[in-house]
Design a protein around this ligand. Structure first.
Ligand code: HEM
Length: 224
């Protein structure tokens, strides 16, 4: 074993960072979903106001930088760990805790993560980049009309299909990821660990189901 030691370099440190950043990213996703649900439950101006607030309110801007760093750290550590584990076969990343984690999702975390990263690149280009660097028209309140480009994107069948597939992939990633993060942090308990497993899987289905529903709703709604 040639792994480096330290706050970032050792395999154990990488697993801790993956668990911590993963839990932080899930928290972001819950907040992001609530904001994005204004597309379905609110008005175009509500959505534009939400996006303007999230990209201009100073404390949230600071959290955004933490978010970008977390995405990078989570992805880099995940790739490094997956490579280390495949080099040390037959014990792969998903199987290192034995039969407790032998599901399909747990064996394909790296693949699911890489597809989610690919999704994120497309997603950031479509919306984040346009919000920060594009020249979007303004709505009645003077906010950038992000709603317009969001609806235009989701009205394309291929784009919505890509989102739905990406949300299925993210759903599988979280299906195993939540309980795995708790185990890595050592937060295990004979009574509560099964509860964490059920809660994690429920969150994965509800969160990703709701995210997938938004582009589908835009695609099939004639009057949006
Ligand atoms: C229907 C689903 C989604 C919609 C409509 C949506 C919409 C948006 C929009 C409009 C922005 C730019 C405005 C802003 O920065 O707040 C954005 C940013 C972002 N989205 Fe999404 N999003 C969706 C799903 C997701 C998912 C599933 C992920 C992660 C896997 C994600 C990750 C991000 C990230 C990391 C940013 C940048 C946030 C920041 O700069 O602070 N989004 N999204």
């Amino acid at each position: 074993m040639t792994s480096k030691r330290g706050l970032f370099g050792s395999s154990l440190a990488r697993k801790y960072w993956m668990a911590l950043t993963g839990l932080f990213l899930i928290t972001f996703l819950v907040i992001h979903l609530v904001g994005n649900l204004t597309i379905v439950l609110g008005t175009a101006d509500d959505f534009n106001a939400y996006a303007a607030f999230m990209t201009s309110f100073p404390p949230i801007k600071i959290i955004s930088y933490l978010l970008y760093a977390s995405i990078l750290l989570h992805a880099v550590d995940g790739i490094v760990l997956a490579r280390q584990n495949s080099a040390a076969r037959p014990v792969g990343y998903g199987e290192y805790r034995g039969s407790a984690n032998s599901g399909w999702a747990s064996r394909n975390m790296a693949l699911l993560g890489i597809f989610t990263l690919l999704f994120l690149l497309v997603h950031m280009k479509s919306f984040w980049f346009e919000m920060h660097f594009g020249s979007l028209p303004l709505d009645a309140n003077g906010n950038k009309d992000l709603f317009g480009i969001t609806v235009a994107a989701f009205e394309q069948v291929w784009y919505t299909a890509f989102y739905v597939v990406a949300m299925v992939s993210l759903g599988f990633h979280l299906w195993h990821g939540v309980e795995s993060a708790f185990q890595t942090m050592g937060w295990t308990h004979p009574t509560y660990t099964p509860v964490v497993q059920i809660a994690g899987r429920t969150l994965a289905v509800v969160l990703c189901g709701a995210f997938a529903m938004i582009p589908l709703y835009v695609l099939i709604s004639p009057n949006i």
